[in-house]
Design a protein around this ligand. Structure first.
Ligand code: EPU
Length: 453
């Protein structure tokens, strides 16, 4: 048996009942690990799911209207099940179905009560902070435990709070909880974000659509998930200008209507699997993948030896004929290199001859995968927010991930490593990736899930 690495305390197990009631497709996989036999090239079709970071704000924004909202191509991941349970506790009804457009959910939020936001669920997920805006719009008040999320560093909510205050909300933070009221409703405002925060842009967009009067959000985030939310809100009747730019102008809808929306494909899943194809020297057809969603990351991955070929309905990813190459990476807001691709790219660069450098500029503590990759033989030196990676060979080891992307990085490293690995922290992987293990197995991976006795 391989030794258990020390990766800090785990979150207590969450009772699965509220999750399976809210999202019946969710199957709890407690205390599991993946045992991965490395060295087999990944070959075949890998369907890219709807984006986790798009569907979460869309699910929240669905509560803006009492009418029926349908979201198609939703990823079947743990974060979606947790948010579904939260919405259900607030009074929404959710009905799931499986069809040609993947997993779909119908949400009807006829009556919403602000009083029942549960700490056990909110503590699991950063995106729960988006409930602030929708509850202010629907109920005129909100009380939320401070949100949780990944162990990747300090994650303030000051931009969310300051923006909502500009729109007329009164907000107090006390005893790890946040209380907000807007008895007379929210009004439009001109807001300049200090940093293009994804979550703050989403929260303020949702608030602006339910406010009175026009809002302008400057220095807004430009991630594809923001565009997806904007198109969804337009489907509900809002008017939004400047989509894809740093300045969004939002005219609320006189009446917010139900709508049907396809969730944008997951660019991070696509990028992670492109790294895996190149790392294992295989070839993956990333079905539904879209290169435009990768922004500047496509160019950097290509420079690192990941061939990315757009084809009808997707992208083919393989190792470039010249092999993997060392590169320098700087994470940045979109269209810069996504911080969520930093860990999988580090796994890739561990096998690229030469010296690579990764600077993590978005989150303070997002290198916790580096020492785990070190257990697999990687040569990585960390100084502050810069990682220096000397490429070499990876070998199997017992490792564990501490956040969604770190765990994905360890899985793809294990797929390429010599020998067998055991990857723990799989509950993190389940939070963000829909059926990764099964999808990998269909592409030839030697991967099984084992459960603790
Ligand atoms: N920030 C503040 N104050 C705020 C908001 C943000 O200081 O009020 C800081 C954060 O501390 C961080 C930076 O701004 O240093 C960027 O944070 P941002 O608000 O953009 O991130 P987020 O909305 O919390 C989303 C994704 C993350 C992704 C980041 C950056 C969701 C649910 N989460 O987080 O995804 O890394 O944007 O692109 O959309 C993941 O999927 O693994 C993940 C962590």
């Amino acid at each position: 048996m391989l030794a258990e690495p020390d990766v800090g305390p785990a979150l207590p197990m969450l009772s699965t009942d509220p999750l399976t009631r809210a999202a019946p497709w969710w199957q709890a996989k407690p205390a599991s690990r993946l045992v991965i036999g490395g060295g087999k090239p990944l070959v075949g079709s890998y369907p890219v799911s709807g984006a986790k970071n798009a569907v979460l704000p869309l699910l929240v924004a669905a509560l803006l209207t009492p009418e029926r909202v349908t979201l198609r191509n939703a990823p079947a991941s743990l974060d979606v099940a947790v948010l579904a349970a939260l919405l259900r506790r607030l009074g929404a009804e959710l009905t799931w179905s499986e069809g040609e457009a993947g997993l779909s959910v119908e949400i009807v939020a006829e009556r919403i009560h602000a009083a029942h936001v549960a700490r056990d669920l909110v503590a699991r997920m950063r995106a729960s902070v988006l409930l602030l805006s929708v509850l202010l719009v629907r109920c005129g008040e909100a009380g939320l435990p401070l949100p949780g999320g990944d162990a990747i560093g300090r994650r303030g909510i000051d931009f969310h709070v300051d923006g909502l205050v500009k729109m007329g909300a009164e907000i107090d933070i006390e005893d790890s909880a946040i209380y907000a009221t807007a008895p007379n409703g929210l009004h439009g405002a001109e807001i300049e974000l200090p940093f293009p925060s994804v979550g703050a842009t989403e929260n303020l967009m949702i608030a602006a659509v339910g406010a009175t009067g026009r809002s302008v959000i400057r220095n807004a985030a430009r991630e594809p998930e923001i565009d997806d939310l904007a198109h969804f809100l337009i489907g509900m009747g809002a008017r939004i200008g400047g989509i894809g730019s740093s300045t969004l102008t939002i005219e609320p809808a006189p009446r917010l209507a139900g709508t049907t929306h396809d969730v944008v494909p997951d660019r991070i899943e696509m990028g992670t699997l492109a790294c895996a194809a190149a790392l294992t020297d295989g070839e993956l057809h990333l079905v539904n993948g879209r290169l435009d969603l990768l922004g500047g990351a496509a160019e950097i991955l290509r420079a690192a030896g990941v061939e990315l070929e757009p084809v009808a309905g997707g992208v083919i990813a393989r190792r470039a004929p010249g092999g993997l190459r060392a590169v320098d990476v700087l994470t940045a807001p979109f269209p810069g290199f996504a911080t969520d691709l930093q860990a999988p790219t580090m796994a890739l660069l561990c096998a690229a001859p030469g010296t690579s450098r990764i600077e993590e500029a978005i989150f303070e503590q997002r290198f916790r995968h580096a020492d785990q990759l070190g257990l697999m033989g990687a040569d990585i030196a960390i100084a502050g927010n810069v990682a220096t990676i000397r490429g070499g060979r990876l070998r199997g080891a017992a490792v564990a991930g501490t956040d969604v992307r770190a765990t994905a990085a360890l899985v793809i490293a294990a797929l390429a490593a010599e020998g067998t690995s055991e990857v723990g922290g799989i509950d993190h992987l389940d939070r963000g990736y829909d059926g990764m293990q099964e999808k990998l197995r269909r592409c030839g991976a030697d991967i099984v899930r084992v459960f603790a006795e």
